[in-house]
Design a binder for this molecule. Structure first.
Ligand SMILES: CC(C)(COP(=O)(O)OP(=O)(O)OC[C@H]1O[C@@H](n2cnc3c(N)ncnc32)[C@H](O)[C@@H]1OP(=O)(O)O)[C@@H](O)C(=O)NCCC(=O)NCCS
Length: 432
């Protein structure tokens, strides 16, 4: 291949136009195939089939009216993984951003078919293509031994695609809380900035919101904000707020020992409840689970997810009682602990309880060191959930209310990570 790198991509890519190919493009795509590949080319019959198949998308890249690149994406209605079957750029246009543009178009086409991943195989010696995939966010996840005609191995790459949700484009601007007790105000600032793009969050506003919505005391230090107070603060600033709480307040009283502090917290919280009532804020005594979240997201809402640092400031339950509850449920539990090495020793997290709990829930715990590592850690969990197998069987005995252990073994060698629950509580007769 003569692929000498030409004009800088930014300059040339502006003239690259990608589009879905039609049957009229059959000839130019075949010419391109013969120019790019010395062997193992797509036949006329294959290209024609891809052009009309509902399970394939053929994309072409035009530069000044000439087709200089093509890609084929395969999709199946039963899978959320699309496959990049082929990508080729005319050697005369190499290094001008055509490959990048085609890959982006392939990802868009896969997303438009509701696929969450785009996967591909590439010859281990194809340094140029590998550089393109790595640069655009693909990660290697496997190898296929002697996959190619020359007995070369294939590297398997995949990329997690962003769902095309309109509200993602309008994601709230991020505001990092400046103290350890202002996570609530930081969320309020993000909500306010989302509602009004001209609003600029600031630490002064962070503390003003904290003064409005704090429980005053909590644990050993200053109080955090509580839900009624935060909803009132938002309503006062013109946003409509609704309150979902899993149990009635007042909250956090059990975190302080002094009766005087409890009295202050109770009065402050009763006042928030009275104010929420006066403002007519809807209050729902229920968990804000996916039955609440999904309709809101469908209606264009965005979610601000508050991830705690895992420091235990207000536990209602002991570790063994939580483990017992997990045993009786079917939930999978994963945990991410943020353990900043420069944090005060009193706020360092103890990964052991998290590991115990997540192992009981069939998942795992990952300890990271700052919030920048959160996205890849979350992606790894999402990746694992997306690649799990569910194994089931019907126990021969009747439900006896006892705990029964399970051991899962996988025969042979493979690129597997075995993670399974340690057992189950046999309640009544049921299939697992
Ligand atoms: C791989 C291929 C599609 C790249 O297309 P392209 O239009 O040249 O790529 P782009 O101009 O968009 O470059 C994107 C990135 O690819 C990599 N790249 C492109 N040409 C490269 C070269 N000669 N050497 C090393 N990396 C190169 C770089 O990471 C580049 O990013 P950068 O310019 O910021 O450094 C093209 O070379 C091709 O068709 N190769 C033959 C067919 C093939 O191998 N297909 C892939 C099968 S899996």
């Amino acid at each position: 291949m003569s692929g000498k790198r030409g004009a800088p991509p930014a300059q040339a890519s502006s003239s690259v136009v990608t589009r879905t190919a039609s049957l009229a493009d059959l000839g130019p795509v075949l010419v391109l195939e013969s120019k790019v590949f010395a062997s193992d080319r797509m036949s006329r019959r294959s290209v024609r089939r891809f052009l009309v198949s509902p399970h394939a998308v053929v994309l072409v890249a035009d530069v000044e009216g000439c087709i200089c690149g093509a890609a084929v994406v395969l999709v199946r209605c039963t899978s959320d993984v699309a496959r990049l079957y082929s990508i080729a750029v005319d050697p005369d246009c190499a290094g001008r951003g055509v490959g990048c543009a085609l890959l982006a178009a392939a990802e868009d086409a896969a997303s438009a078919r509701d696929c969450l991943y785009l996967r591909l195989e590439v010859h281990e010696n194809n340094a140029r293509a590998i550089a393109l995939y790595r640069k655009t966010g693909y990660r290697e996840f496997g190898r296929l031994h002697e996959y190619y005609l020359d007995r070369g191995h294939a590297l398997r790459f995949e990329k997690r695609l962003s769902p095309q949700v309109a509200s993602l484009a309008r994601a709230p601007p991020y505001f990092h809380q400046t103290t350890e007790f202002t996570c609530g105000p930081a969320c309020l600032l993000m909500a306010l900035a989302w509602g009004d793009r001209a609003f600029t969050p600031s630490p002064a506003m962070e503390f003003r919101l904290w003064r409005e919505a704090t429980t005053i005391f909590m644990s050993n230090g200053l109080g955090g904000c509580e839900p009624f107070g935060m909803a009132v603060a938002l309503k006062r600033r013109g946003l409509s707020s609704e309150i979902f709480v899993s149990r009635p307040g007042p909250y956090f009283l059990d975190t302080v020992r002094s009766a005087e502090k409890r009295r202050v917290m109770r009065i402050a919280q009763e006042d928030f409840v009275a104010e929420a009532k006066a403002l007519g804020l809807p209050v729902h005594l229920t968990n804000a689970d996916e039955s609440v979240a999904m309709p809101a997201l469908d209606a264009g809402a965005a979610a601000i997810v508050l991830v705690s640092d895992g420091a235990d400031t207000a536990s209602d339950a002991t570790l063994p009682s939580l483990q017992r509850l997990l045993l009786q449920s079917d939930v999978f539990l994963y945990a991410i602990g943020i353990d900043a090495p420069d944090a005060r020793s009193s706020t360092r997290i103890n990964p052991w309880p998290l590991r115990e709990l997540s192992a009981e829930g069939g998942g795992y715990t990952e300890i990271i060191h700052d919030s920048a590592e959160l996205v890849p850690a979350t992606a790894r969990i999402a990746d694992e959930l997306n690649h799990q197998y569910m194994l089931g069987y019907s126990p021969s005995h009747a439900g006896d209310g006892q705990f029964h252990t399970i051991r899962v073994f996988v025969k042979g060698e493979g690129d597997y990570q075995i993670r399974a629950r340690r057992g189950y509580l046999a309640r009544g007769s049921r299939s697992l």
